[in-house]
Design a protein around this ligand. Structure first.
Ligand SMILES: Nc1ncnc2c1ncn2[C@@H]1O[C@H](COP(=O)(O)OP(=O)(O)OP(=O)(O)O)[C@@H](O)[C@H]1O
Ligand SMILES: [Mg+2]
Length: 1106
């Protein structure tokens, strides 16, 4: 339905009333809204927009490709597509006839059609098809260069008729073609009207500097008689230089060799030079003017003919009389005529030769007898009425009469045929049958052409005037012919010069002048022979008739009129045999304006294109018809009985249902396959109802489609998640198996399942955790922690619970304080804390008394650690003194040695003064408590006398290494500082010991010697030296190897009661200062409360793996 653009009506058949005014108004309305195409049924009326329209792009091609005419807004693409589809699907030969007056857009329309066909074919990109398409399209610019000219009506006016067959293979791809050309306006070569140009080729040649010298040309068209008569050398919108290059590229693409291309341009140049040859009278005869000698030389050079022969051929004529040949000298007038005739003939043959070469380039290859199908495109001159109309206009207008007749016949025939086929009553339509005018021109013996031919054949001097008299005599009384002789009252006709034909498109007055010569179209045999004798074989080949002997050329050549008539009859035959499609082009104004709509001019064209008749014929009784399937397809939403699918027996019943439900049944007739709708209003109502329902249907379809998309998406998503799940499981399983393997669990190679045996114990410390997959990464820390706890549990469950607090402290000491920087720090020992209590009875009593005094004074709660120490005394020259140390929950006390009954020496140093602790990595027990007062405490720890062993104890009573108190000491100070002051005390483990004694910086060196007791001594200014007793070999070995944790509970971390190495019964009651035993010891001393050990952190080393 051509109603989509809503500007006027897209099909003239749908006009309410068909009058000239409503027709023109509709055209104007649409033209002004940029709708240049409107249908009359299947005929496309096109108005020249005189501007570039954005309606020919690929988007539009896609819009129209494979669509029915009525589905989209009117467009020439739709016509091209119909013709193409009919050709392809039904195997019919089709043709598109484009008609209209000069400048109405026929050639543009034919190019648009070709471009469309090129765009929708060769989807498989075959090279040969692509080449053919290219050649077909490129041939246009060659034909336009040599066959088009700038005229007053059109700057690119085709001065020849063209019919092109495009041949297709069974796939519908173009595989070749054939061009027929009709009546080139060759008189233009030698003569142009004011403001008109010669053929473009002349201007293109002299626009190119490269060609000028080579062909002795000048750049100015004014310099040549054949290009200066119109007085214009440039045409708007035409760039001769660019076109010259385009034409040469196209010629190459068509397969012309350089020699052929050069010859073509040589001929064009030769014609230009020939035009400048003047022939003057030499007595009776003609001779070449002296000034023209150089032009003759140039012609001779370009056409490769001797100049003397040219001169002879132009000035003389050979006449055969009774078998003899006589040379007759021509008058200058005759010679000038011969020159022009030669120029016209050369150009015409050049043009025909080019067409023939194009045809060779697009000739389809052998298809094994398969003929293929064709689409013909006819771009032929429109009806012409000029100020002076001559032989050419007569031919052109005759051609248009023929085509009009064909059009009316085909359209009428088609319509009547359709009504008959559908069984609908045909109403008679009055239309003008122009058969009578065609006959006036073409009828044998009686027609104008026959009369002209007869005159040309007559012996004797028959002039144009006598021809007119003959015509007047023969055609007297014909309703479409008149002249001044026959109608003396008509002063518009010049006596003995004009005759008038009443064409279907209007009256045209022709001037009889030159009719005879133009019809004879004589080219003397001398000139033909001249050209045949050219040394250039291409030129020679263009004039094969020049080979004939003059004595044998008795037969009169066929006249131009008859040639044209025959070609028109042949053309009509070709067109008749094909399914026709029409494009009727209109020119909105003569100013080439894109906005002006000159009603009068348009009216005239509408009349002579018989468009109104076309509408009437098309609408004979019914404004619209459409096959039932198509009708139902388009309007099925208008009835419940047909939506969404017809519930009727057939499409006719479905159509009936729709029309009944909408109350439109009385305005239609039912044919066999189509429904015929009488008035346009019915169609509009159907359309409007349809439009109203479309949004709902679109929403419904969108709903269904979106639902479908969502379901598909959901399915895909589910699949994705399933795959992801399986993959994740696989990754997890892989990781679990890898982890189990790496942790040393025996894993079944088939199931990958751990068989439950615990791996070789390494306390989980050296476990190598494989890199975890992404989703597990956040969990791995927890898994490792759990693993660690599992191990810890494995270890702890073998340690008695009351030993756990001490174990926790040792772990803290190891991981947070010593951090593996010292080999021996008392790990494997039972930490007894208050070592002074373990002294001999007397000493222990002294110590208790001293302790009670201090507690009374300072009110501390408990003693965390006490032992003997060796103290460096810087004031006494670095000498050392044996003292004791006691750490309570609040302060550090320096006590005297056993000799001084462990008396408190000074008031305690508050724990918050401790800023750091330094110990060494070696076996010595040098310990520096760095104090904020700047007076650091430098001591060497030792257990003192146990069970009567006084003084320095080098080893335990069982000969083991001396107990290392550093770890225990450091842990007590650090944990208590943290607990009390919420401040962690850094522990340095270094061999370069620095300290402040008496506010001065000192360094302390440690050396070993086999002396029995450690000593401090001065080692120079601000330097001290601690000499540490050498530990016997077997003791060193036992010290340096750190016992495995699993041994802890076996040996040292067990209750000390079990071994009793250091403990007696009384001691056992007090020794476990860190155990959860709240019982008082036997001496009535409240057992120190178990310090709350900091929570054991996750070992740093394991965390760093993740
Ligand atoms: N569809 C169109 N879009 C844009 N411009 C157009 C269109 N049709 C025609 N024209 C313009 O009109 C000019 C004349 O068109 P065209 O040469 O096709 O006329 P024609 O009918 O072939 O005339 P002639 O009979 O003289 O050869 C074109 O050069 C172009 O500028
Ligand atoms: Mg044209």
């Amino acid at each position: 339905m051509a109603l989509h653009d809503n500007v006027g009506v897209g099909d003239f058949v749908l006009l309410d009333r068909i009058t000239k005014d409503s027709f023109i108004d509709n055209l104007e309305k649409r033209f002004k809204a940029g709708r240049i195409y409107t249908y009359i049924g299947e005929v496309c009326v096109s108005v020249n927009p005189y501007r570039q329209m954005p309606i020919y792009g690929q988007d539009k091609v896609n819009e129209y490709k494979g669509r029915e005419l009525f589905e989209r807004a009117p467009h020439i693409f739709a016509i091209a597509d119909s013709a193409y589809r009919s050709m392809r699907t039904q195997g019919k030969d089709t043709c598109i006839m484009i008609s209209g007056e000069s400048g109405a857009g026929k050639t543009e329309a034919s190019k648009i059609i070709m471009r469309y066909i090129a765009a929708v074919t060769n989807v498989n990109g075959h090279q040969e098809v692509e080449r053919v398409k290219n050649v077909l399209i490129q041939s246009n610019c060659v034909l336009e260069a040599f066959g088009n000219a700038a005229t007053c009506r059109n700057n690119n006016s085709s001065r020849f008729g063209k019919y092109m067959d495009i041949q297709f293979d069974w796939k519908g791809d173009p595989i070749g073609g054939q061009i027929e050309n009709y009546l080139l306006e060759k008189s233009r070569v030698v003569q142009q009207q004011k403001n008109e140009r010669n053929f473009h080729a002349f201007y293109q040649l002299i626009s190119d500097d490269g060609q000028l010298r080579q062909r002795d040309l000048q750049k100015s068209p004014g310099a040549y008689f054949y290009t200066n008569q119109g007085g214009v050398s440039k045409a708007d919108g035409i760039n001769d230089k660019n076109d010259y290059n385009t034409v040469n590229s196209a010629l190459k693409l068509l397969g012309l060799h350089d020699a052929e291309i050069n010859t073509a341009w040589d001929l064009v140049a030769g014609i230009l030079h020939l035009g400048n040859v003047t022939l003057s009278a030499d007595g009776e005869g003609a001779k070449i003017a002296h000034s023209s000698r150089s032009s003759v030389e140039a012609v001779a050079k370009l056409l490769q003919i001797k100049s003397s022969e040219i001169t002879k051929a132009l000035c003389e004529r050979a006449i055969a009389a009774g078998g003899n040949v006589v040379q007759k000298t021509l008058t200058s007038g005759q010679a000038m005529y011969a020159k022009d005739a030669l120029a016209k003939a050369v150009y015409e043959r050049l043009f025909n030769w080019l067409v023939q070469r194009i045809n060779e380039a697009i000739k389809p290859g052998d298809m094994n007898g398969y003929k293929g199908t064709v689409i013909g495109v006819l771009d032929i001159y429109g009806f012409e009425i000029l100020d002076t109309n001559s032989f050419e206009q007569c031919c052109i207008n005759y051609c248009n009469e023929k085509l009009q007749q064909l059009f009316i016949e085909l359209v009428l025939k088609q319509e009547q045929e359709e009504y008959r086929k559908e069984g609908i009553q045909w109403t008679h339509i009055d239309y003008f049958n122009n058969q009578v005018i065609c006959e006036l021109i073409e009828l044998p013996h009686k027609g104008i052409i026959a009369i002209m031919d007869e005159a040309c054949l007559s012996v004797g001097n028959v002039t144009d005037k006598t021809l007119l008299e003959h015509m007047d005599k023969s055609l007297k009384g014909h309703p479409h012919y008149t002249s001044r002789q026959l109608l003396p009252s008509d002063k518009t006709l010049v006596h003995a010069q004009d005759f008038r034909i009443k064409h279907y498109a209007g009256d045209v007055t022709y001037s009889i002048e030159n009719f005879m010569e133009k019809n004879k179209d004589t080219l003397f045999q001398d000139l033909k022979r001249l050209m045949f004798n050219s040394k250039n074989p291409i030129i020679s080949g263009m004039f094969p008739d020049g080979a004939q002997d003059i004595t044998k050329t008795t037969k009169r050549p066929v006249t131009a009129g008859t040639v044209f008539k025959n070609s028109m009859i042949a053309l009509v035959k070709i067109l008749e045999s094909k399914e026709p499609y029409y494009v009727r082009t209109l020119k909105p104004n003569d100013m080439k304006s894109p906005t002006l709509f000159d009603k009068q001019r348009v009216e005239h064209q509408v009349a002579y294109l018989a468009l109104m008749e076309n509408v009437r014929v098309r609408r004979a009784g019914f404004a619209h018809r459409t096959p039932y399937e198509r009708f139902v397809q388009r309007y099925k939403m208008l009835s419940r009985r047909t939506w969404p699918n017809p519930k009727t027996r057939n499409m006719q019943e479905a159509t009936n249902a729709i029309l009944q439900d909408r109350g439109l049944i009385n305005d239609v007739a039912f044919g066999k396959t189509k429904v015929f709708i009488r008035s346009p209003q019915t169609l509009f109502e159907l359309e409007n109802n349809r439009q109203a329902m479309i949004p709902g249907i679109v929403t419904f379809l969108q709903k269904i489609w979106r639902g479908y998309l969502a379901r598909e998406y959901y399915k895909r998503l589910r699949a994705v998640y399933r795959i992801m799940g399986v993959y994740r499981k696989y990754k997890l399983r892989t990781w679990v198996t890898a982890t189990q393997r790496s942790l040393g669990f025996p894993v079944s190679s088939q199931t990958g399942i751990n068989k439950g045996r615990i791996p070789v114990p390494a306390f989980g410390l050296n476990a190598n955790w494989p890199s975890a997959p992404g989703p597990l990464k956040s969990l791995v820390g927890l898994i490792i922690a759990a693993y660690g706890r599992w191990w810890a549990y494995g270890i702890l469950r073998r340690v008695p619970e009351h030993d756990w607090p001490q174990l926790r402290l040792k772990i803290y000491c190891s991981t947070e304080l010593i951090k593996r920087r010292r080999a021996n720090w008392g790990l494997s020992r039972d930490w007894k804390g208050d070592y002074l209590l373990l002294e001999g009875l007397n000493q222990a009593r002294d110590y208790q008394q001293s302790f009670q005094k201090l507690q009374k004074k300072d009110h501390f709660q408990q003693v965390l650690f006490s032992s003997r120490i060796l103290k460096a005394t810087p004031g006494s020259g670095g000498k050392c003194a044996e003292r004791s140390i006691m750490i309570t929950d609040t302060a550090i006390y320096k006590l005297d040695g056993p000799k001084g009954s462990f008396k408190g020496m000074k008031s305690g140093i508050p724990l918050n003064q401790v800023t750091a602790i330094t110990i060494t990595p070696g076996p010595d027990q040098l310990t520096i408590l760095h104090l904020s007062s700047g007076r650091d405490m430098v001591v060497a720890l030792h257990c003192g006398s146990i069970q009567g062993v006084s003084s320095w104890v080098v080893g335990t009573p069982d000969g083991g290494p001396p107990p290392d108190l550093t770890g225990e000491f450091v842990t007590m100070v650090a944990t208590q500082c943290l607990r009390r002051n919420n401040k962690s005390v850094p522990v340095n483990v270094t061999s370069n010991v620095e300290c402040k004694l008496g506010k001065k910086s000192n360094s302390i060196r440690v050396q070993t010697s086999d002396q029995a007791v450690p000593t401090f001594a001065k080692d120079g200014p601000n330097r001290l030296m601690l000499t540490w007793p050498t530990v016997p070999e077997q003791q060193v070995n036992r010290n340096s190897s750190r016992p495995p944790l699993s041994n802890i509970n076996n040996r040292n971390v067990t209750s000390s009661n079990g071994n009793g190495n250091y403990n007696n019964g009384a001691q056992s009651r007090i020794n476990n200062g860190y155990n959860n035993n709240n019982a008082e010891n036997g001496n009535g001393i409240a057992k120190p409360k178990t310090p709350a050990a900091p929570p054991p952190p996750i070992p740093q080393r394991i965390q760093s793996n993740y």
